[in-house]
Ligand binder design. Sequence first.
Ligand code: BT5
Length: 245
Amino acid sequence: LHLHIPEDICSRLIQLESVGSTNEFAREIANEAENWTVVIAEVQTAGRGRLGRKWFSPSGGVWMSIILKPRVTPSEAFRYTMAGSVAVCRALRDLYGLDARTKWPNDVLVNGRKICGVLTEISAELDVINYMIIGIGINANMSASSLPEEWNATTIYEELHREVPRGELVAKVLEEMRALLESGDLYHQWVRLSDTLNRRVRVKGFDEVTGIAESLDPDGALVVRKDDGGIVRILAGDCIHLRPD
Ligand code: BT5
């Protein structure tokens, strides 16, 4: 893999042809790695989703992991996942005019179909983060027919009917991420880009709840008004968008 990416966009860029998982590779080098080291692979043979799920990662996609070493507590970690998904939305909008939105907690959708997933892994002791790995998978130059129908997924190629230069996309995502982390506007952009807000949802967190997604908290929690009127705050979970009754 040899994408053309400006050198100053990250501290170190590692491009691989094939790897099990870029997140796993990043974890192996994380202790010694500099802040903003980025690992990208053409193919992942054991790409990971959340909760032990698999991430299909054939050639043509963007499979990358960013090693970050911020001086923040684990409770502030969601900001970095937020920055990843908002950065992907902004890149897909600015570069290709796609109507990209976020699905809580960390997916990016185009026309209601998943085009990107973010997997954040944190190593922390007590209240100190050793490192964070932000894994970003974007379905770029792949045909959507390679993705099972039931995933309700799409790709940039499927939306635009052309291939895009992936180096430019990677550079834009990293640039946007840095800018968002420095701006005071990240949370508001995350809220503005949300496709989940005000939708009828079923969320599997600690419990399963069905109701209306009423608000999003700065720490990443989704607030749901249940059908019985009760309000629940869900910090981590899986969300399904439902049709209004
Ligand atoms: C995610 O998981 O959405 C996080 C995906 C993160 C992938 C990146 S790629 C670089 C880095 N290295 C890794 O090993 N991982 C990260 P989750 O929300 O659990 O979604 C997984 C589910 O989405 C699967 O169970 C499938 O149903 C579906 N799926 C799998 N591959 C997909 C794809 N390429 N596009 C859309 N949906 C997919």
